[in-house]
Write a protein that binds this ligand. Structure first.
Ligand SMILES: C[S@@+](CC[C@H](N)C(=O)[O-])C[C@H]1O[C@@H](n2cnc3c(N)ncnc32)[C@H](O)[C@@H]1O
Length: 249
């Protein structure tokens, strides 16, 4: 439910953008590297071709929403140099840590967007992403704050449009309310198939998993984490499904 009197929609952020002042070395790195890697709001006004954002045109593009300090994205980028990675993180101190990883590892396949991921998803061409990560999103556990959750009908529609057929969307959380919410929200739409046959498929992380900061905090506090993987259904198939179940969809 939207909160009374508060504007909603793309570009409306609820988390913080600024934290403590950056250390001088990190501030200097931020000022030097961010302009080279940033996808700007001006970039979103022209048709955006994500593979062309990278110096060596990558085979495919993966995007992480709310990458925090970027340890997951940087490790995946180092493992998959042929893939282009877009890190989205409005919290500038998190972004500064990601930039430190990019520099230390000499990553040439990372670009960043420092605002609401919905703005970027909306600007991407149809079927232009091969993978999407949403790892430990802010849970907003109170029901009156449910409208702040990243998993929402509007953002699911944006993700479904931007992901190509067969692409994977990974969502991890340590908040069981958010887990149930996500499963309900995605089950209500026919664009995604939950890839789980047994409980281990969501209790255990995928084989190529890279632990994130929030995941480690959750585990240290004794909270269990869930790892949800969804497959973007083939577009023709989703249409056929809708036609076959008119009373349900
Ligand atoms: C709980 S933190 C998790 C960070 C990281 N994924 C991890 O697991 O350590 C959630 C992050 O999502 C970011 N975030 C919140 N809303 C966002 C949005 N609309 N678009 C992109 N990032 C967002 C926040 O700034 C925050 O850094």
């Amino acid at each position: 439910m939207p909160e009374a009197g508060r504007p909603t929609g793309p570009g409306r952020l609820f988390g913080r953008r600024r934290g403590k002042k950056l250390r001088p070395a990190r501030q200097a790195l931020f000022e030097r590297l961010l302009p080279r890697l940033a996808i700007t709001h001006a970039d979103l006004t022209a048709p955006l071709q994500p593979r062309q954002l990278f110096p060596a045109c990558p085979t495919e593009v993966w995007l992480e929403v709310g990458c925090g300090a970027g340890e997951h994205l940087a490790t995946q980028a180092a493992r998959h140099p042929q893939v282009g990675f877009i890190a989205v993180e409005p919290y500038l101190a998190g972004l500064a840590r990601l930039l430190a990883h990019v520099q230390e590892r000499g990553l040439g396949n990372v670009r960043v967007f420092a605002d609401d991921a919905a703005l970027l998803l909306a600007a991407l061409p149809e079927a232009s992403l091969a993978r999407l990560f949403l790892l430990f999103p802010d849970p907003w556990p109170k029901s009156r704050h449910a409208g702040r959750r990243f998993v929402s009908p509007a953002n699911i529609a944006l993700a479904a449009r931007a992901l190509r057929d067969g692409a994977e969307w990974r969502i991890a959380t340590d908040d069981m309310g958010y887990c149930r919410w996500t499963l309900r929200q995605l089950a209500d739409r026919d664009a995604f198939l939950w890839l789980a046959d047994t409980a281990d498929d969501w209790r255990q992380p995928p084989a190529d998993w890279v632990p994130t900061r929030y995941e480690q905090k959750a585990r240290s506090a004794g909270r269990a984490c869930v790892y949800l993987r969804f497959r973007r259904r083939a577009r023709a198939c989703a249409g056929a499904l809708r036609d076959a179940r008119p009373g349900l969809l």
